[in-house]
Write a protein that binds this ligand. Structure first.
Ligand SMILES: Nc1ncnc2c1ncn2[C@@H]1O[C@H](COP(=O)(O)OP(=O)(O)OP(=O)(O)O)[C@@H](O)[C@H]1O
Ligand SMILES: [Mg+2]
Length: 575
């Protein structure tokens, strides 16, 4: 069983955690030596009448211990930061792997802003937990008992006060811990909501402007911001309050020790050296506990973020790639067969695909048509392996899809989605998309996609930066780059989700023409939104409410006067 909790992360990093414990303990021991030496020097100088020569050695020890203490603090900070950096990098990698495994079916359903926040801020919040809280916890567990033992050897009464008062600090932390956790959780939820909302508003800015709904969004955002302000204030209030209480507790306890020590000194129960030593030790004794209280709140926000992080990591994703998977059998082209495939996005929901069966011969062009929500994209997602059927089988060249190595399978597929996504990078990177090759191949692909002309007109041609932060491209241009990408891949199966958004006639003609070129010699599955596209297919599958209700060529289906006929009539209005 993989460890999916903060404790699991600590267990996985035992070496740095042990180093932190040793460093913390060493720092505590040095603090004791420092207090002992200082008490000795003051005692020797003022009461023992020692001259500077006799005090030279203790003074050097004092200086050396001050230096050693600074060194241990620095070492502790570095080890803590390294541990935090390692855990954060590891968690980010695992989160990305999990999100890839869960696939678009999961990430598209989730609030993208919230996911983004978990991946960035959420993981970042763990920094304080691992860089400050964990090292402090190690120190707070180890150092006070050692100091207490020294105090017992000096004076029972003072040591007893220290023994009794110290647990008050952790007890107080546990007491406010639940309340603080509740407030932190609320703050995290509100901030996630705010992030998600901003993300949505940015994505839908055009729609909001056109529909004249910007003002409402500003009001909604101010309302969430106000909620965030109030929850942040509650978190700060409790953090300040607890800092005050902890400070007060440790100051009062130190004062109590001082009073007892002073009385004993006065009545001869203790020597000056002993009294002064205890007086110097008392603040050192409470310091790690007080600091633990201070870092407790910083650590808490990390712990709350971790709840979300580990919830994602614990999710059942797409089965992890197993070693027993086979490479795809190489034959002439790719043939597909769906047999009684059923699928539901969630167990409690009705099935989105109900006993879907169809076959596609190698080199055949199939158009999938059907009303919105019929399940067309779900079929594509199954084929791309983003989701797996609940029952039934999908075969590729007679081989079960689930037994084929995923990477191997996807290498044979070119996918042109409805709204292609261009990543930040050059035009060339976006066409090559991870498959290295020369500029000639890239240009050939772009030419075939009808994209070469407009790319040549871009400021730096194929080296122009596009995507986020780069030059903007029109819808038609993006689609042509996506088609060029598909040409470049030279895959045997082409899957196209035809764009429904109206391109201008010139662009539409270019896209259509290049798509036709792209289909040449490939097995094609196209979600057709235009009658003209459906007509060009060898066969049309009509899907309605998760079932294939018609299967045939345009003429047959048209004459059938079924759903296709009705859809065609509706399409006609749009072609
Ligand atoms: N990630 C998801 N989680 C839950 N339900 C989903 C998810 N994606 C799609 N659905 C549901 O599954 C059904 C089929 O969706 P699908 O996207 O396959 O339809 P479609 O035929 O592609 O429609 P369109 O033509 O509008 O793109 C719909 O009822 C939809 O609400
Ligand atoms: Mg769809």
């Amino acid at each position: 069983m993989k460890s999916i909790s903060l404790h699991g992360e600590i267990r996985k990093n035992l070496l740095p955690v042990c180093c932190l414990m040793i460093i913390g303990l060493a720092g505590g021991l040095v603090a004791i030596i420092q207090a002992d030496t200082l008490a000795g020097i003051i005692d020797g100088a003022f009461l023992g009448g020692l001259d500077i020569e006799q005090l030279t050695f203790p003074i050097m020890i004092l200086l050396a211990s001050a230096f050693a203490r600074a060194l241990f603090l620095w070492l502790g900070a570095i080890t803590g930061s390294r541990l935090a950096a390692k855990v954060k990098t590891d968690l980010r990698r695992r989160l990305m792997e999990r999100l890839f495994a869960l696939g678009p079916a999961y990430s598209e359903r989730e609030h993208a802003g919230e996911l983004l926040r978990t991946l960035t801020d959420g993981v970042e919040n763990l920094d304080d937990y691992f860089a400050k809280y964990v090292p402090q916890l190690a120190t707070a567990i180890l150092v006070p008992p050692v100091i207490l033992a020294v105090a017992f050897s000096l004076d029972y009464a003072a040591a007893l006060i220290m023994l009794v008062t110290a647990p008050l600090i952790p007890a107080f932390m546990v007491l406010i811990g639940r309340w603080a956790a509740h407030l932190h959780r609320r703050q995290w939820a509100v901030l996630s909501m705010l992030g998600g909302h901003f993300f949505d508003v940015l994505k839908g800015l055009t729609t909001l402007k056109i529909m004249n709904r910007s003002k409402e969004q500003i009001i909604v955002i101010s309302r969430i911001s106000e909620q965030f302000r109030s929850s942040t204030m509650s978190v700060l209030k409790i953090a300040f309050l607890s800092a005050l209480a902890l400070e007060l507790l440790s100051t009062l306890s130190t004062a109590l020790v001082a009073v007892v020590v002073a009385l004993k000194l006065l009545y001869g129960g203790l020597t000056f050296y002993q009294a002064f030593f205890i007086l110097l030790l008392a603040p050192e004794y409470y310091l790690p506990l007080r600091m633990l209280g201070t870092h407790f709140h910083a650590g808490l926000s990390g712990r709350i973020a971790a709840e979300r992080i580990f919830a994602i990591l614990a999710m059942d994703g797409h089965p992890v790639e197993q070693n027993n998977k086979q490479p795809l059998k190489q034959t002439q082209g790719i043939s597909l067969a769906f047999e009684n495939v059923c699928f539901a996005y969630r167990k409690e929901q009705p099935q989105v695909l109900r006993s879907v069966s169809f076959q596609v011969a190698a080199g055949e062009r199939i158009a999938l048509v059907g009303p919105s929500g019929a399940g067309k994209s779900t079929i594509i997602d199954l084929l791309l392996g983003f989701i797996s059927p609940d029952s039934g089988t999908i075969q590729v060249n007679g081989q079960e899809l689930q037994d084929i190595k995923k990477d191997d399978w996807l290498n044979h597929v070119a996918y042109v989605p409805q709204f292609p996504h261009l990543f930040q990078g050059t035009v060339r990177d976006n066409i090559q998309f991870g498959i290295s090759g020369g500029i000639e191949e890239t240009q050939t692909a772009a030419r075939q996609a009808g994209a070469h002309e407009f790319i040549s007109c871009l400021p730096a041609g194929y080296d122009t930066l596009i995507g986020e932060g780069g030059t903007g491209l029109s819808g038609g241009e993006k689609q042509r780059i996506a088609i060029a990408r598909a040409f470049y891949r030279q895959a045997s199966l082409l899957i196209v989700d035809e764009a429904t958004t109206g391109l201008d006639p010139h662009n539409e003609a270019i896209v259509k023409e290049s798509l036709l070129r792209l289909m040449n010699g490939k097995t094609v599955l196209i979600i057709a939104h235009r009658l003209s596209t459906a007509c060009q297919a060898d066969r049309i599958l009509v899907l309605d409410q998760g079932k294939i209700i018609e299967n045939g060529c345009h003429r047959e289906l048209y004459e059938n006067r079924g759903l296709y006929y009705q859809l065609a009539a509706a399409y006609r209005g749009t072609v």
